[in-house]
Structures are given as C-alpha cells and as structure tokens.
Ligand binder design. Sequence first.
Ligand code: ATP
Ligand code: MG
Ligand code: MG
Ligand code: MG
Length: 467
Amino acid sequence: KRLTAAEIRQMYLDFFVEKGHMIEPSAPLVPIDDNTLLWINSGVATLKKYFDGRVIPDNPRITNAQKSIRTNDIENVGFTARHHTFFEMLGNFSIGDYFKKEAVAFAWEFLTSEKWMAMDPEKLYVTIHPEDTEAYEIWINDIGLTDDRITRIEGNFWDIGEGPSGPNTEIFYDRGEAYGKNDPAEEMYPGGENERYLEIWNLVFSEFNHNPDHTYSPLPKQNIDTGMGLERMASVSQNVRTNYDTDLFMPIIQETEHLSGKSYGTDPDMDVAFKVIADHIRTVAFAIGDGALPSNEGRGYVLRRLLRRAVRFAQKLDINEPFMYNLVDIVAAIMKPYYPSVEEQKDFIGRVIKSEEDRFHETLEEGLVHFNRLKESADAELRGEDVFKLYDTFGFPVELTEELAEENGLKVDHAGFEKAMEEQRTRARESRQKIQSMQVQNETLANIKTPSVFVGYETLETTTVLE
Ligand code: ATP
Ligand code: MG
Ligand code: MG
Ligand code: MG
C-alpha cells in the first residue's frame, strides 16, 4: 500500500489506539531529568519512568511516535539506505500488561492486514534469540511462519546492565534480489549490513532482571517495548531504493538541487552529499528547536560536528558558502503537522545555523589546504599534533579529520591527538587560574576604602580634608 510518511505515522497510532493504547506525545530530543543519555535515542527512552516503576501510567498500553537522535550511526549516514542521525521511532509498549503473544500478533496484523499496511507476508522474515523457544513457537504456531523464515541470532538480547532485560525479535522486509544475494541468514548478519533484508521493527520482551551478581531472574511483571523506523517503513511503502527517496527527504533534496544547480541521482559521490545534507539538517534543526546549541562539548559538539560534516560534503556539490540555513524552512514545512517545533522557531534556528556555518567557512579553505599539505608529507598516519592543529586552528572536529584521512588512505594518531588536547586543557586550566587570581587581586583593590584610593587626588587638591 502506497502511503505518505504522515499517513503511516497516523495509521500506526490509530492501530494501537484501536488495540486499547493511549498516545504519549513525542518528547523533546534533549532528555528531561535523565543525565544518563545525551539524546533521546528511541521511543522507550522517554518512557523509562513507567518501565522502572517511578510513575504508574494511566493506561499500561502506550503508543508513540518519538523523534530520536543516534550518534552511533553518523558514519553510516550517506552510505547506507537506512540510517539517519535523526529519525522517528514508532512504538507500542506494555507496562506489565500484554506480552509476547499479543505483541507479535499486533505487529503481524499491522504489517499484513489489508486494512493497515497490507504488506506481502511472503516478504517478511524474522530473527529471534536462540533460546527463546516461546517466541519461536508464536511465530510458527500463531502466525504460521515456516522455519526457514526464522533466523536465530545470539545478539538478539536486550541488556543494558543491571535492570530489566530480555530477548527480542526483529522483523525484516525482503526488498528482492535487485538488492543483493538470496540467503536471508547470511545477508542479515553479521552487522546487519545488507540492503536487501531491511530491518523494520524490533520487539523487545523484557522478562528478566539482570541482577547485580550478573545472574538473571524472571521479572514479576513483564514488559513490551517495540520500535519501528518510520523512514524505513516509508521506503518500503513507497517502493523506493532508500529512505532518502521518500516524501520525508525528497523535498529537502530538491531544495538542495535548486541551491547547488546539481542533480540528485546522477553521480554516486554527489548522492552521498545530498543524503548527508538532508539527514544532518533535520537533526540540527530539530535539536536546536529542542534547546541544544552548537558548542565544543556534549550535545553542542554533536551539532557542530554534523554541521561541519554537511558543509564539507556540500563541497562535492560545489557549494562553498553557507547554505544549510536555507533548508530550515523546508524541514519545518515537511514536519509541522506532527512536530510544529521547527516551524515555530525557524528564524532562530536559521540564524544559529547560519552563524555556525559562517564560523566554519572562515577557516575551512585554509584548513583544507593545510590538510592537503599534511597529506603529502604524511607516510601512513597523521600526527596527533597536526590533527590537533586542524581542530584548534581550523575548527575541524577530529571525526571530520578522520573521515578525510580515511578517504585518503591515512590513519590518525589518536593517542597523540588526545595528548595534545590534554596539554591544551592544562594550559586552559592554568590560564583560568591566573585570571582567577587576578580577579582576586582586583577584588582586593576594589574593597580598599575609597578615601585611601583617592588619596592622590585629595592630597593634591585638598590636602587637609583627610585629616
Ligand atoms: P540497524 O541494525 O539497522 O542499525 P538497530 O537494530 O540498531 O537497526 P533498533 O535499536 O532495533 O535498531 O531500533 C528499532 C528500529 O528503529 C529499527 O528496527 C529501525 O527500524 C529503526 N532505526 C534504528 N536505528 C535507525 C537509524 N539510525 N536510522 C533510521 N532508523 C533507525
Ligand atoms: Mg543500529
Ligand atoms: Mg539491528
Ligand atoms: Mg534492532
């Protein structure tokens, strides 16, 4: 069934409301009262309060469409069909209510029923944990899958250390031979790096407590936590090669074509650039809209790194001046029906992006010249102090230098870079201490009683006043 991304999002929520769930609104990307996470990176991340029992939900069945940021996928972006740094996760959750049987049945109904996604059941494959015989039997007996469509994966166990944990089952869509070889087990793993069997949905069955002594005991109440990638579902529904070819991204790509005068789909290197730009502008616009700002550490550094990565890729489209800020309007327009935050703040977001682009452009050209010189003289590895200079003087995030180095077959001396960084931190600390001690002196001066400070004047003019 051919649907827009907005229709899929709505259909997902409608389906689970029909199954007795309540809708939880999408939370901001910057976590609220959770300092264990840099960004909200999944639907469940905003619902921890229900999973760990701090808050009892009004309804134990919850569904959401949650904006998410994942930094572990940055290097994939532009190169795989399916990875983004910003994406939407559609999820359904059971807090001690339904469990495996219902979760699997819901997923199957949503995907295959004519009324909902109407996907061809013959194209769906699943993975399970090898010891999860319960899940295996549900897939075989309740759903009617044949054994050859089920792959056992040791890694299908959701475990973040102490706390709830459990096996998961993932649903893959076979996009057909045009995308690769024919063996699902081989194609799906290791690393999940394939373009043919696309992972669309992950169902986590949290049924154990991971104890402090690393044993596992059954949880008194079992939970369900699922996540489906909206962009991936859109690519399947719209029958396009990559997530970028869906209605969520194409308007951004078209705007970039317009700005660059280059065409998408004519050259593989340029396509990577179009994708990187379209991905990164969404992330940066949404993150700024949710309160983050570019800076040199933490969340701000991620934004800086993404913007600078996009600016560098834009050079492949012969764009050599600030331009990303021009894409904020189109991001706002695509997303505003469900996420008005970018629309509401688009002028501010555009200004922040523009000034960050301006800053990087001031040093980018020189930095690249410098890099090229280093490249000529380097043997196989860029020295740490050179990487540091690119960072410190030319504003190249170290990951950017790494990518450049890799493109040129060079390695990067990480330890050397870290050492140079540490030396700079020490210098900064020392100079801060100096400034502080100067401030103390100033304070001392300021506290000195006025009469004695002005003694000079007074003595000159009215010598006798002070006496
Ligand atoms: P993959 O193996 O493809 O990297 P994953 O197993 O890391 O995905 P999960 O943590 O299971 O992903 O997240 C649940 C769902 O969210 C995935 O099945 C997928 O549809 C979607 N998803 C995960 N990461 C991304 C991403 N970087 N960009 C877009 N969608 C994603
Ligand atoms: Mg992943
Ligand atoms: Mg996976
Ligand atoms: Mg997964």
